[in-house]
Design a protein around this ligand. Structure first.
Ligand code: SAM
Length: 184
């Protein structure tokens, strides 16, 4: 595992409702998610964004939530059960050697990679696998924290995604993140 991996205690901190003041999941994904969509969220942690995504895709949609730490997924499943959206969320355990998404290649409407790429051991392969899940016209949202991810590191991730044939639709910053929205 990478030394940069988010510790489990930090997973709980990231669920703090005060976070909504600077990073609102509805605002981040508002224009991108519709009912019935298939969404992959990579590096979901305990599901700060996942539950909102699950509400947005509705009963006919699905969110496949990936994380490298089973403890994160386990807390997410409990939270999803409490909120009544566990039937729309499928958790899958990733490893440094790859993401368990081969069955989703070419199927996904939206990939969310929020605050995860800087932690990943092999970012190029990680981004390649996520890109392959997208259907034609599918969207990938990349967000990285401004605090501890240098702009050059963010640019490198965007360049990698462009080299896979995605095109950048939008680039912006909010209080906490640099964000790029790319389309296949
Ligand atoms: C900083 S946390 C962010 C969690 C969530 N996206 C959020 O913003 O609240 C990063 C998460 O990515 C996960 N992660 C790190 N490397 C990963 C990998 N290779 N594949 C999947 N998840 C990974 C970590 O376990 C951690 O839960």
């Amino acid at each position: 595992m990478t030394q940069r991996l988010c510790p489990v205690w930090m997973g709980y901190v990231l669920l703090n409702p005060i976070r909504r003041l600077i990073e609102n999941p509805k605002k981040l994904f508002g224009g991108l998610v519709r009912e019935g969509m298939l969404v992959v969220e990579a590096g979901c942690g305990m599901g700060y964004f996942t539950l909102t995504l699950a509400h947005m895709v509705g009963a006919s949609g699905k969110v496949v939530a990936l994380d490298i730490q089973e403890e994160m997924l386990s807390v997410l499943r409990k939270r999803a059960l409490k909120r009544g959206v566990s039937d729309r969320i499928e958790t899958r355990l990733a490893t440094d050697d790859g993401l368990p998404v081969q069955d989703l290649f070419g199927e996904v409407d939206l990939v969310a990679a929020v605050h995860v790429v800087h932690e990943v051991m092999y970012p190029e392969r990680f981004l390649a696998e996520l890109t392959r899940t997208l259907k034609s016209g599918g969207v990938l949202l990349l967000a990285e924290p401004r605090g501890h991810v240098k702009v050059e590191e963010f640019e490198e991730s965007v360049r990698t995604l462009l080299s896979f044939g995605l095109r950048e639709e939008k680039r912006y910053k909010d209080l906490s993140s640099r964000i790029s929205i790319l389309k296949r």
